[in-house]
Design a protein around this ligand. Structure first.
Ligand code: 4AD
Ligand code: MG
Length: 432
């Protein structure tokens, strides 16, 4: 008997096959038992009819408890009533391992309880759908950058530098030296861009931020492209093409997951239309003030109500351009005619999901950068290698960082970034 995976059912209609699965749920009457089966690839229904199987098989089916692992044998048939479209008419069941008192039952559970059981919660159909969308975004990221001749370069995770400011660093001992967990690979990616032209990284980053919001993780994954001989305008085009490609890939390849999450696909389709709107920081402040936001002045960073209002003024993700120099990192290129702003942009996702990309053109002037490093209270010695990049054939270059989990949260249409990563690290949570 051929052993198959649920996802491949459509290739085996009319055949008798075996599937290794877990019992996600069960409902039965005197004559028929319906098993909700999952095998990691998908969920579908197994049907056991009392009059068509030996009595002990029917009794076994009726008594299976949630999350018992089994080998089921039966015929694959079409099932037009289910979203998945196929089911298995079970003729035999072999128990692999029993499961008793599974903590996550079909009833409602509180978030803390679910987070404490994240290792089991991952088995549920909604979590499964989110992780499939995450996987598709990862796959599409590699496809997009490979198609566009970017080289994947892996920056280190243990570093001595702090590109995004010194307040939220995780410090550790590196033998007899101090080291930090990387908060961004960017500075290394700038070195890589000078060696390979167009590069991207994709790795974990760490921020010891004391933020407890639905957008903040302590450990998150970031995609950081960096491009030599590239000004900010061209970088914005890459960013919007990349994000539109991610949305289109999820629409093309994750229809079932989007349905499980009840995500509106027509809304997602509008996010594939290019170009995305652009608004300057100055105009964004104006827009907010005109609409009754008295709590913000030129020079302030946006809070999430501000970002949400700005995003709601547009249909697609929106770029906010050229923020005040004082609220951005040291490496951004100064504006050619204005002292007070830098050449940068954040991409704000629609529907209140907030910033998904931060990026900029990078400063190329050695003396400017040296002064910035000092002004930001950074240790000049640690950045000597970075300054070398401006000594030996410096070129205009730009790059950006996209937060994977925020993007997954937005495209999936879920409420909180903690469900967009398998094992979230949050303020006060490192278990499981
Ligand atoms: O805006 P950020 O801090 O930019 C950088 O780190 C740049 N060095 C990137 C670059 O130009 N190469 O972070 C980039 C993105 C944010 O837009 C957001 O999507 C995500 O990373 N991000 C977080 N995601 C989850 N939890 C957090 N605490 C995050 N902090 C940033
Ligand atoms: Mg940012």
């Amino acid at each position: 008997m051929e052993q198959i995976q649920i996802i491949d059912s459509k290739k085996h209609v009319g055949e008798t096959v075996t599937i290794g699965a877990w019992v996600a749920n069960k409902r039965s009457s005197g004559k028929i038992a319906f098993l909700q089966l999952r095998d990691g690839t998908a969920f579908f229904q197994g049907v056991v009819v009392k009059s068509e199987v030996p009595e002990e098989v029917f009794q076994m089916a009726k008594n299976l408890s949630q999350e018992t692992s089994i080998l089921v044998t039966g015929e694959i048939r079409e099932d037009s009533r289910s979203k998945f479209g196929y089911e298995i008419g079970i003729t035999n069941i072999e128990v692999v391992s029993e499961s008793h008192d599974y903590p996550i039952t079909p009833k409602e559970h509180g978030t803390d309880f679910l987070m404490d059981h994240r290792h089991l919660w991952l088995r549920s159909s909604r979590q499964h759908a989110v992780m499939q969308i995450r996987n598709e975004i990862i796959r599409a990221t590699y496809e997009f950058f490979n198609n566009n001749q970017f080289v994947k370069i892996d920056p280190p995770i243990l570093t001595g530098s702090a590109p995004e400011g010194t307040t939220d660093l995780f410090e550790t001992n590196y033998f007899d030296q101090k080291a930090y967990l990387s908060q961004s690979g960017q500075l290394y990616m700038e070195a890589a861009a000078m060696a390979f032209g167009k590069v991207f990284s994709f790795g974990p980053t760490f921020r010891a931020e004391k933020s407890k919001t639905r957008r903040h993780l302590i450990e998150f994954w970031m995609i950081e492209p960096e491009m030599a001989f590239t000004h900010q305008e061209e970088s914005l085009e890459v960013q919007e093409q990349y994000v539109a490609f991610l949305v289109q890939s999820v629409l093309d390849n994750c229809e079932y997951a989007l349905d499980v999450l009840e995500r509106d696909k027509e809304v997602l389709k509008t996010y594939t239309k290019l170009p995305f709107p652009r608004i300057t920081y100055d105009d964004a402040i104006e827009l907010l003030k005109k609409n009754g936001f008295d709590d913000i002045e030129w020079g302030d960073d946006f809070g999430s109500p501000h970002e949400t209002f700005i995003a709601n003024s547009f249909e697609q993700p929106v770029f906010i351009l050229n923020y005040p120099k004082a609220i951005k990192p040291f490496y951004m290129k100064p504006h050619p005619t204005r002292e007070d702003v830098v050449i940068c942009a954040d991409m704000i996702a629609p529907e209140g999901y907030g910033e998904i990309i931060g990026g900029s053109e990078r400063a190329t002037d050695y003396d400017f950068l040296l002064e910035q490093i000092k002004n930001h209270g950074l240790d000049e010695k640690e950045y000597s290698w970075y300054l070398d990049l401006r000594k030996y054939g410096s070129v205009p270059h730009s790059g950006f960082g996209l937060g994977l989990e925020r993007t997954v949260t937005w495209i999936s249409g879920i409420d909180h970034v903690r469900e967009a990563i398998p094992f979230p690290r949050l303020l006060n949570r490192i278990y499981p």
